[in-house]
Design a protein around this ligand. Structure first.
Ligand code: ZN
Length: 132
């Protein structure tokens, strides 16, 4: 009888602490995400999500393939802001002119920047990201 009680007690203690621990981990995991991210995942109807599913969900939140131009971002991938600025920047190159004088010229390239957090991506970095 004592053996039975202690066994039951032990299993209750293990189950109780395991439950507490796993809930603590669950909360820790849950709190890592902003409310916006939590809502995105909670609104998904699937019971489990693979890494592929998570990437797919986030890609749809960030990327819109119908957007014209080299950058398909509808929100900043770093902070989620819609305050994105598309502009041009220039590489400055130098050439030697007919009288050995330096001639400077700019080669334009596209840039996208977030006006909220400062995230920035050039046309070249953008190509590399989508090639992989
Ligand atoms: Zn941002």
């Amino acid at each position: 009888m004592i053996l039975f009680i202690s066994g039951a007690l032990l299993s209750w203690i293990i189950a109780h602490f395991y439950y507490k621990l796993s809930n603590k981990d669950k909360n820790k995991f849950f709190n890592k995400f902003s409310e916006e991210v939590r809502n995105v995942f909670l609104s998904d109807k699937r019971d489990t999500l693979s890494i592929y599913d998570i990437n797919d969900i986030l890609r749809h939140k960030i990327i819109d393939k119908t957007i014209e131009g080299p950058f398909k971002y509808k929100v900043c991938p770093k902070c989620g802001s819609k305050n994105l600025i598309r502009s041009k920047d220039y590489f400055v190159d130098v050439d030697i002119g007919d009288y050995n004088e330096p001639t400077y010229f700019g080669i334009p390239y596209d840039v996208i920047e977030c006006n909220e957090c400062g995230w920035r991506k050039t046309e070249e970095e953008n190509k590399e990201a989508f090639e992989n």
